[in-house]
Ligand binder design. Sequence first.
Ligand code: ARG
Length: 474
Amino acid sequence: MAQLWGGRFTKETDQLVYNFNASISFDQKFYRQDIEGSMAHVRMLGKQGILTEDEAAAIVTELKKILSEIEAGTLEIAAQFEDIHSFVEAKLIERLGEAGKKLHTGRSRNDQVALDMRMYVRMEVRQTDALLKELLETLLGIMKAHTETIMPGFTHLQKAQPVTLAHHMGAYFEMFKRDRQRMRDIYERMNYCPLGSGALAGTTYPLDRDDTARALGFYGPSLNSMDGVSDRDYVIEYLSALSTVMMHLSRFSEEVIIWNSNEYQFVEIDDGYSTGSSIMPQKKNPDIAELVRGKAGRVYGALFSLLTTMKGIPLAYNKDMQEDKELTFDAIDTAKGCLALFNGMLATIRFHKEQMRKSAALGFTNATDAADYLVNHGVPFRDAHGVIGKLVLYCIEKNCSIDDLTLEELQAVSPVFEADIYDAVSMETCVNKRLTIGAPGKAAMEQVIQKEEEYLASSVFPAEEWEEALLHGE
Ligand code: ARG
């Protein structure tokens, strides 16, 4: 047991209490952010004359070594320390002696952990954005290749009107695009530095909070020290955005599972992304899509857990807030894993164009267009709706499609029909006459694809140069 705060205690902590309290098993995940934060803090202490320049330089050099040794695997983060902060400080003191003991001047673990978590989440927000971008690139590739691939569009999981595969994929493109925007919004709000908030009330040392904020890539220091150590709403926002990503992935997975079924056969998931059955030799199961769908619940769980943890905590820091980490880390790893796997599955999936087209042609998906034909020839829409309804009933009895009927059969229901009806209700016409922006018609779709290409070429996050300067500058 190695504790930073033993001074006022006369008894050793009970082992169970120690284990219950310790966080090193999970907060070691942000060792890098912890060390970087300490480097910026100590440099600033040196510049402000709170430590001598030599002391600050010695500490920074040693912190860099500790970082590279952890990264190289030659320094193991030992479980007997209470948390990552204690571990790094203890190593520093072990190696530097007196100078190492000055690292924590003008700082509390409360603002330290607030900083570490914020920097860790900030990094993950960017990485989530990058994974979303990769998925969008895959989607755009499919969209470009399939502006003429006709498939049924559904409402109530009943065939409704024909669309194209490009259009269907384009719907997911918009969802994941908004997910990226959410990442950007979160970044914008969270990018203020809590370091210097102290335990809750700032410090009496003349810290330069602008300096540390800048050195760590923040827009500036946070403006209230109690809020600085207590704010976790950016984690909640991120978990909420991740939950939305998972909800989108889950809906998409559900469709892939349906499309991959024997009944639909719209797609075939690649062998590399499928699994077999231990008993049924014929089986090829969409387990990856099912797992992605299932894991959505786990990410929602993290969101609800943290919302509940935070709801009754008085200001400022309370130990409850240590619970912000484990489930968040799990949710991040889960969501990122799902994004990467789903993208791989989508990039290798085979689309059965013929099967999709056949399915679109067989489900009266052109009934709206048949009604519109009558409207264009002067029949009021409500009457046209009724006429086509009767026609559909007739076709169901005959087990055929509207365009299989002879002109005589059509005219028996409405004399308005002429020979051009067949062209008017062909799948191609139904799709390509839908040309308002956002509709599946090829020309409209091509305009959208052009816009999406421009969007993907523009970068979303500000360039990140602080880390290079912090680790390798001066
Ligand atoms: N492990 C703690 C956490 O995650 C670090 C902060 C501890 N501060 C304190 N005053 N006990 O919140």
